[in-house]
Design a protein around this ligand. Sequence first.
Ligand code: SAH
Length: 348
Amino acid sequence: MIAFAENTFIPLDEYIAQCNTHYYGARDSIGGIGDFITAPEITQMFGEVLGAWVISRWVQMGRPTPFQLIELGPGKGTLMADVLRVLRQHPDIYAAVHIHLVETSPKLRAAQKQSLREFMPPVMWHDDIKHIPTAPFILLANEFFDALPIRQFVYTMAGWQERGVRLQNEKLTWASREIPESEPPPLPRHLPTPVPGNMIETCPAMTTVLQTLAARMEQHPASALIIDYGYAVQNYGDTFQAVSQHQYADPLAQPGHQDLTAHVNFAEIEQFGAARGLQTAGPKGQGEFLINIGLQVRAEKLIAQSPAPEDKLEVIEAAYRLTSSDEMGTLFKVICLSSLYLPPPEGF
Ligand code: SAH
């Protein structure tokens, strides 16, 4: 259990940070028996086509040797293992790659070590991307940014207030506090003037990661592929959510025992890239992106190789789940930030 002080305002980002540290450190969160399932856990095809994408990007970057393959929040290590199986077929890249994993949970680090034990390239773990030495890199982040703490601001008759939580008589409740009038939350220009009740979200931790990436992309050829669920246009609204055992739950119930996330603001990533002079591709729906980089071809090959009808069906279902607009194909989006002078990446 996490101990919160009675009657003290806790801003939402601090609440999420405390809960998630506990959550990812303690629970078997990802997969069928966990709370939520992610694309690499649905099918090996996801990592395999991303592996081919990594090879193509490395060639476009001029085959830097050595280079870093960085993953943010690698979960159980499944995506990286699927990518490395593809890279292993190509001796040049396999000999050049150094793996850097950014992971705070000791439990998930152990799972990642287990998943990657059969591969030759060196693997290093880091708590924070800023601790990785600066070098040419390709970065993958699948469902990482949605797990970063957000702040929420709500517009009231008295102006903007910050949303948070408070422990009152041993019960967590929603709370808000005034913020200095001189520091209103940043609003996209297209939004109408706020009316009471409107809410806006920011993700300071995401901005920090983007700044680190940008600084490195200016020094070395580098590319970051970010995949997550989120929006391409920011509106007023509340996207903070809790999931427990594949069901939506009350985010204030059982702190530290359920997955707390928020939709990723792809508009911010895109605008950040443009403002910093990076090359940006996307955001594009995950479905279209995966098909562009060969998911269908890979699925057909797997179907042809599977003798059992139930295995063929499993491949078809997995491909549908990743690409269909009714499932993960549109809500999930892909954006790629790169050093400005590189050729455009495949898939967009
Ligand atoms: N990419 C994986 C897992 C997604 S879950 C997949 O697709 O299956 C989110 C991952 O990010 C977990 O590995 C979690 O431990 C890690 N994580 C969350 N917040 C983090 C932080 N602030 N720093 C580093 N890792 C973090």
